[in-house]
Design a binder for this molecule. Structure first.
Ligand code: GLN
Ligand code: ZN
Length: 771
């Protein structure tokens, strides 16, 4: 890049920053407030301190325009619900009585009132609270939070840009309120909502905003012409407001596609586009659309949702192209940094050379600022940073961690046969029936039993060195004994060991596989005050020793009934980790699949007649746009089959999925070729059984008959009724009886009562069917 580009005053900016603070101060303050040990004033003061600290970190890194309004005490979509006054009727009184308590009531519910539903924010692991709207929803502007936070930033001397969820995405993320017809389309409320956004925007302008950013990530999904028209109308109207600030519409997570020309033509002043991962196609699309002459482009060239250092030279090349396509180019991470941990320099346990491969939010802010500086002053100005970046990238590319020749040779040698069972299902099912001798409508559970405080304490004791491995083992074995005895007494047919040794279904395996790293402080918000620490899938994956076999063997030694071997599948291992970005996901999935295949083989050799490989995340990592789905489903299902196809015909492979609308992945479910699949089905009243039957699904199915996300105990009659619905779709020979998911969040007493109902229901129907 030449010094000529110095004429363009490119700035560094960001769409959002982690909220929790260095030591998760926000979590502590909010939970303290809920318990009554922290006052609302103290909570507000902590929140203001954290915002000040966040802006200071961004500014110190060299970010010249900071976001405001992205901070939240719970969730930014819930904040938008408050800002547009869409408080559900059932929460109105609480909000009127005390806005803060009312806010938390919407988020968490109270003794008498249900919270808003929570669901995943696009294909991330962040959950937002789903707005509930209906034909009677009346919106009113409540700009208080947005204006207050903007004023704070301005008073601290920052150039600041308020960020709001845009009106089109807000409506597209909403669902019909309870009691409203299920086919009600919230987007029909657009005309009513736009004047409220106009008021919010005007209030921000009055408070000193030069720019206002409206996030429209819903426009990166496949949209109907009517929805695209709604977007065009929204920004025509907001663009036409008099005396308005400059408007920027932001998108992230995928290409804008058909929405790009719509927004490029709209009378707004700028666009933010993602140029990373599946969104990289935005570059060609933007050129094809004629660019953004005279407008501001915020170029998201740094991956905002993964934790690897940027390839600065590659980003500079992208930016160089973009300079020719827009009136003005600024640099930013691709999306809010909410999806990555705060600061990689806190990871003192990692080898320093490996820590240098990582960029968390703070490091990404620095990278953003470096790129902006290079555009302003020429690449010479960041020459030493570029050299260091090159060296770090080379150290990662050449590391034995990322290149294990044995793993590489093994994945390269995989053939189609490796990912196929040796016998077709018709043969397998006969062999399995003969080996297992199960009754009609066999009963089982999904794997975990209640994770009691004692179990968590045992793990904490082990980590802190208060007890040794042997003592820990003793405590876990005692739990396994109890769980097995309990299931025998309850009359279950296929038992589980209860997973007491697992902190988390991904972390447990990540800790034992070579190629995974663990962080100490890598917390990321999952929802509200819940944070997770995803493991880092950094290198080539192999399994140095069996991971579950001893537990299985111990459990099976206690009973004559079959105990299920229990593993987490390759797709879920990737979905709930930070994955490497230096090779295709398909390749990474294959490596994980082969490591799991070793475990499956060892379980079989240890006598497991039934092995379950859970894939609850198969649906959630489905690409946002349909065009990307066939390729994803092809590698995802192949990885599952690769993990599970090395067994004999008479070994029964189970899988499990939950949290899903399964509609979009019916064919993929079939392509897993699992002998038995258990699925969440209670809330949808066994709908999935009908859907599967509709596609001609030929194998065995356990649609859940106990909603384990609720403390409610189902009665035998209810379970019978659900099973009858299941039997209407799936013949008795292929129907299993099980809960919706694992029981780790449930208590023992509900578990006992609910499993009694399940077993009772299975027995009653068996008698009927025999009679
Ligand atoms: N086997 C796991 C359990 O029972 C499955 C959890 C899940 O599907 N999320 O906890
Ligand atoms: Zn589940």
């Amino acid at each position: 890049m030449t010094a000529k580009s110095a004429a363009v005053a490119t700035r560094a900016t960001a769409h959002g920053y982690p909220r929790q603070g260095r030591n998760r101060e926000l979590k502590k303050a909010i939970e303290g407030y809920w318990k009554g040990t922290v006052t609302s004033a103290a909570l507000r003061a902590t929140a203001a301190d954290l915002r000040r600290e966040n802006w200071a970190q961004l500014a110190e890194a060299g970010v010249q325009e900071v976001p405001t309004g992205d901070f939240s005490l719970y969730d930014h979509v819930l904040d938008t619900t408050v800002a547009v006054g869409a408080i559900p009727e059932r929460h109105r009184a609480a909000v009127d009585a005390d806005p803060l308590d009312g806010y938390f009531a919407m988020a968490r519910g109270t003794q008498d009132v249900a919270p808003l539903e929570m669901t995943k924010w696009f294909d991330t692991n962040y959950h937002y609270l789903v707005p509930e709207l209906g034909p009677d929803t009346a919106f009113t502007a409540d700009p208080g939070k947005q204006v207050g936070e903007l004023r704070e930033a301005l008073a601290l001397g920052h150039a600041a840009r308020p960020v709001l969820v845009g009106p089109v995405s807000y409506l597209l993320l909403a669902k019909p309120a309870p009691g409203v017809a299920a086919d009600f389309q919230p987007l029909t409320l657009l005309d009513r909502l736009l004047p409220v956004y106009a008021e919010l925007i005007a209030a921000l302008r009055a408070a000193g905003a030069e720019w206002v950013q409206l996030d429209e990530p819903a426009l990166v999904q496949d949209r109907t012409p009517a929805e695209l028209n709604a977007a065009a109308r929204a920004y025509r109207e907001l663009g036409a407001l008099t005396g308005r600030p400059k408007l920027l519409v932001a998108s992230y997570f995928d290409r804008l596609g058909e929405a790009l020309p719509v927004l490029a033509k709209a009378p707004i002043d700028g666009l933010a586009l993602d140029f990373t991962g599946p969104a990289a196609g935005n570059l060609d699309d933007l050129a094809a659309a004629g660019g953004l002459p005279g407008k501001r482009l915020i170029a998201g060239v740094i991956d905002g949702r993964n934790i690897w250092i940027n390839n600065l030279e590659a980003s500079l090349a992208t930016l160089a192209t973009l300079l020719g396509l827009a009136g003005h180019v600024d640099v930013a991470p691709s999306c809010s940094l909410l999806h990555v941990p705060l600061d990689a320099t806190a990871e003192r346990d990692l080898a320093p050379q490996i820590a240098r491969w990582l960029a968390f939010a703070r490091q990404k802010a620095t990278e953003t600022a470096l790129l902006a500086r290079a555009l302003r002053e020429g690449t010479g100005a960041i020459a030493s940073d570029l050299a260091a970046n090159r060296a770090d990238l080379a150290s990662r590319a050449n590391s034995p961690i990322t290149h294990d020749p044995a793993v590489r040779a093994r994945t390269a040698a995989v053939t189609g046969d490796d990912a196929r069972r040796s016998q077709p299902y018709a043969v397998r099912t006969e062999a399995q029936r003969a080996r297992l001798g199960l009754p009609l409508l066999p009963t089982t559970t999904i794997g975990s039993f209640p994770q009691t405080t004692e179990l968590r304490l045992a793990r904490a004791d082990l980590t802190a060195g208060r007890i040794d491995r042997t003592a820990y083992r003793g405590r876990i074995e005692a739990e396994v004994r109890e769980v097995i005895a309990f299931q025998e007494k309850a009359g279950l047919d296929v038992l589980v060991h209860g997973e007491p040794e697992r902190n988390d279904m991904v972390q447990y395996f990540a800790e034992q596989l070579t190629g995974y790293l663990a962080t100490r402080h890598g917390w990321v918000q999952s929802y509200g005050t819940r944070y997770v620490r995803p493991p880092v899938l950094a290198g080539d994956i192999s399994r140095p020793h069996p991971m579950t076999v001893d537990w299985f063997r111990y459990a099976q030694s206690l009973t004559d009934r079959p105990v299920k071997g229990m593993l987490t599948g390759p797709v879920t291992m990737l979905a709930w980790s930070f994955v490497r970005d230096d090779q295709p996901l398909a390749e990474t999935a294959r490596q994980v699949a082969l490591a799991l295949r070793d475990e499956v083989t060892d379980l079989e050799a240890a006598g497991a007649a039934v092995i379950q490989v859970d894939e609850p995340a198969l649906r959630e990592t489905l690409p946002l746009r349909a065009a990307g789905r066939p390729a994803y489903l092809a590698w995802a299902t192949e990885a599952f089959r690769l993990a599970t196809s090395g067994v004999r015909a008479d070994t029964q492979i189970h899988t499990h999925m939950c949290y899903a609308e399964f509609g979009a992945i019916m064919t993929a479910i079939d392509e897993l070729d699992a002998d038995v699949i258990s699925l969440e089905a209670t809330r949808s009243h066994m709908q999935v059984a009908g859907e599967l039957a509709g596609t001609g699904y030929p194998r065995e199915v356990g649609p859940g008959v106990w909603d384990i996300h609720s403390p409610r105990v189902p009665s035998t009659d209810e379970a019978v009724e659900l099973l009858r619905a299941g039997l209407a779709a799936i013949p008795a020979e292929r129907l299993w009886v099980n809960p919706d998911c694992g029981l780790k969040t449930r208590g023992w007493s509900e578990t006992r009562a609910s499993l009694d109902s399940l077993v009772g229901a299975a027995r009653r129907l068996r008698e009927e069917l025999a009679g």
